[in-house]
Design a protein. Structure first.
Lengths: 595, 143
């Protein structure tokens, strides 16, 4: 790898138009330590069929399998794995990193917009992009009802600042920010090339999911639509060269649009939720992207004032990346009413010649859809939930008797509002024809409460929560569930007291890598779930593990971190109080066999 | 063990002062609508809140998808009928989520005062009691 350490002075060429807000605050304090000389541009073809030794998309390929075809590290030698290097990431916010690998370089997103380029062999810092904090002028420039939600302090605390994934395309790194903008950063130098303000963060908009690139279009999904405002969540397509917005597709059916009546008579301002907070997948043959949407908000029907289906919440959307047009949608849980999110990753697998899409939401139903048409093929209820019945023929769900919440009445439900499944993505191995799914076994006595139906109000609605262990868990919170595809039969289960806190990674070496909240990173036998190797990290494993190879040597990289959404702190603290973890220690940890 | 007389006097004085303080607070432990915190204390609490709480709960205390609101209907739904002692213990043991329990007791009390202010509970000249027994006697209630 050629690195030039003496670089020219930084010049920020911001070419994108600001949509809502001044760009003054966007000029970064970008720190470039080196210029990467021999970086090769990433093409559409490379994204579609990445070299075996690279990891070019957040889940490896646009099909999002979370699978590496490398097999140097395998079931016979995994017990010899050694830490090769570790690199501390910022502890200024939540880290749920999905690193990328190209040309022997690791590009890794960290909290609050920080992106670093590291030598993938030894962890040397090549450059880092570190945005400056927003100015007072920016903070005070917001208009609308949420103008006060993001004061300066909002950018320095915990719970936000997540950027799960970034995208590589051409010579750029693309990132989506906690201030609702998209950035293009020169992959060679770490310098900001352009930044486009996509939405007004003072209205609550922000990103946690990064972009993907599909057929030459940069696609991102926004979140932050829990509060009532005069607009809704959306997915946008952008020109990668300039950041110019090419299209914007709302994730909520507007009153005048088809499906608009599924929210009853609620005006647009009271149609909240449908956040698109997990990055999508892409099928280049169909030229369709697949993106999930979250549940409606407030969570409970009785609180949000409609028992309609609330399109397009809790759906999988198939969009043309060229123009954003919706080819089809499949709503997994119409009129969802318990915070059972279905927004998560879309895994594209061809099963017996049928182009399929697999997905699992908080309820623990593994959906198989025809990804060309959106037709329901199969649903596999993993058997832990107590809320709905699933019609195996039609894929329609119906709520069990007494399971639709009423305001102020306690409901006993499994899972809890934290869900069995969350952003911790499952992985698919073509070698075993199995899906490896991180599950959190938990239930809840939930009492849903009211909220103000006014601009700036809404939100999820309050919930009195009493979490408890799932009756079938034997006191364990964590489970890796291996399901045969397409049968849905259980291949094995591996359980731990602590919940798993990362995506799963599976490899051609017959392995499943995963990390838990209690700092243990594990390698399991993909065939039978046997624990083959484990190690303790500095703090909770958190993020998206990957595998790559440089100069013929295979590596496994596991991110660690704290903070972030949902139960990352609350469930273990309440249900496994004997476990503890350091509250800092965000890092990337890279393992390989002895030299 | 040798303890100097002056030290004993000091310790005794502190004990007496604490005892008197408790008695004084106990006499003030009335309904939340009679006022249980001071404006100055709530002002200090706003500063602490802005530094340590705002990124999750928002400047308007309205919360977000992962953090409950601390004002209005949502707050009253979660806390009405429970005591300030319970609320104090909750935030002292769990907040901020990245370093629970790491603020000073005074910081937690001040934040609690600020939340009471933002929920339109009346103030008084004296600050919120630091005596948990007294806080446990003050019930969060609608007017």
């Amino acid at each position: 790898m050629k690195i030039r350490t003496a670089r020219p002075s930084a010049v920020f060429a911001i070419t994108a138009q600001t949509i809502l807000l001044p760009l003054v605050f966007l000029l970064p304090a970008s720190l470039s330590q080196a210029q990467i000389e021999d970086f090769t541009s990433v093409t559409d073809e490379m994204l579609t069929s990445p070299p075996t030794d690279e990891w070019l998309s957040w889940r490896g390929t646009p099909a999002a399998w979370g699978y590496s075809s490398l097999d140097q590290i395998n079931t016979d030698n995994v017990n010899q794995l050694q830490l090769k290097w570790s690199f501390a990431l910022d502890d200024t916010g939540a880290v749920q990193a999905a690193p990328l690998i190209h040309d022997g370089i690791m590009f890794i997103p960290s909290a609050r917009g920080v992106i670093q380029a590291l030598d993938a062999v030894n962890g040397d810092l090549l450059w880092e992009y570190r945005p400056a904090p927003p100015t007072e002028d920016f903070i005070n420039s917001g208009e609308g009802t949420r103008a006060a939600i993001l004061p300066p302090g909002a950018f320095a605390g915990v719970g936000r600042g997540v950027q799960k994934n970034i995208a590589l395309y051409g010579d750029m790194i693309y990132a989506a920010t906690e201030t609702a903008s998209i950035r293009a950063i020169d992959a060679r130098s770490g310098l900001l090339v352009w930044e486009t303000q996509v939405a007004d963060p003072t209205l609550g908009y922000f990103y946690t999911a990064g972009p993907i690139v599909a057929n030459g279009t940069l696609v991102t999904g926004i979140t932050g639509c829990d509060r009532y405002k005069e607009d809704v969540c959306f997915i946008t397509g952008h020109d990668p060269a300039t950041g110019e917005q090419k299209w914007r597709t709302s994730t909520v059916a507007r009153p005048e649009d088809p499906g608009g009546d599924t929210w009853g008579d609620l005006p647009l301002r009271f149609r909240a939720g449908s956040d698109a907070w997990v990055a999508g997948s892409y099928d280049p043959d169909a030229n369709l992207i697949y993106w999930g949407t979250s549940q409606a908000k407030p969570w409970a029907r009785a609180v949000r004032g409609s028992d309609g289906d609330a399109l397009y919440t809790n759906s999988t959307l198939a969009l043309n990346p060229d123009n954003g047009q919706m080819a089809w949608y499949f709503q997994h849980l119409p009129g969802e009413t318990h915070d059972m999110d279905e927004v998560f990753e879309n895994i594209l697998i061809d099963v017996d010649g049928r182009k399929s899409l697999f997905k699992m939401g908080k309820l623990g139903i593994l959906w198989q859809l025809d990804r060309e048409t959106g037709e329901f093929i199969k649903g596999t209820d993993i058997g832990y939930q107590t809320i709905v019945n699933l019609d195996p023929i039609t894929g329609k769900i119906s709520y069990r008797d007494g399971m639709i919440p009423r305001i102020g009445e306690e409901l006993n439900m499994c899972p809890s509002t934290s869900g069995f499944k969350s952003w911790r993505a499952m992985a698919y191995s073509p070698d075993t024809s199995a899906m490896y799914i991180p599950i959190t076994l938990n239930c809840e006595l939930a009492t849903f409460g009211p909220t103000e139906r006014q601009l700036g109000g809404g939100g999820t609605g309050p919930v009195r929560r009493v979490n408890y262990h799932h009756p079938e868990s034997d006191g364990n919170l964590g489970e890796v569930l291996a399901l045969n595809i397409p049968s849905g039969e259980v291949k094995w289960r591996y359980r731990t007291r602590a919940p798993f806190n990362t995506a799963a990674l599976t490899t051609a070496g017959g392995l499943v890598f995963i990390g838990d909240w209690n700092r243990t990173m594990s390698a399991l036998d993909a065939e039978n779930g046997e624990l083959l190797w484990k190690v303790r990290l500095a703090t909770s494993n958190q993020g998206f593990p990957i595998s790559y190879s440089v100069d013929g040597k295979q590596y496994i990289a596991m991110p660690a971190g704290t903070g972030g959404a949902s139960w990352s702190g609350s469930l273990p603290r309440e249900l496994t109080p004997e476990l503890s973890r350091p509250r800092n220690g965000s890092s990337i940890n890279v393992f390989a066999l002895p030299d | 063990m040798i303890i100097k007389t002056s030290a004993i006097k000091i310790l005794t004085s502190i004990a007496v002062a604490l005892s008197l303080s408790a008695v004084s607070y106990a006499q003030d432990a009335g309904l939340i609508w009679d006022g249980v915190y001071s404006i100055d204390q709530a002002s200090r609490g706003e500063t602490v809140y802005s530094e340590t709480c705002v990124s999750c709960h928002g400047q308007d205390l309205g919360g977000n998808s992962n953090s409950p609101g601390l004002v209005g209907m949502g707050f009253m739904f979660l806390w009405e009928g429970r005591t300030l002692g319970e609320f104090f213990e909750k935030i002292r043991s769990d907040m901020p989520t990245d370093r629970p329990g790491q603020l000073t007791q005074q910081n937690y009390l001040d934040v609690l005062a600020y939340i009471l202010l933002k929920n339109a509970f009346p103030s008084r000249t004296e600050e919120l009691s630091s005596n948990l027994d007294i806080l446990n006697e003050i019930t969060i209630s609608s007017k």
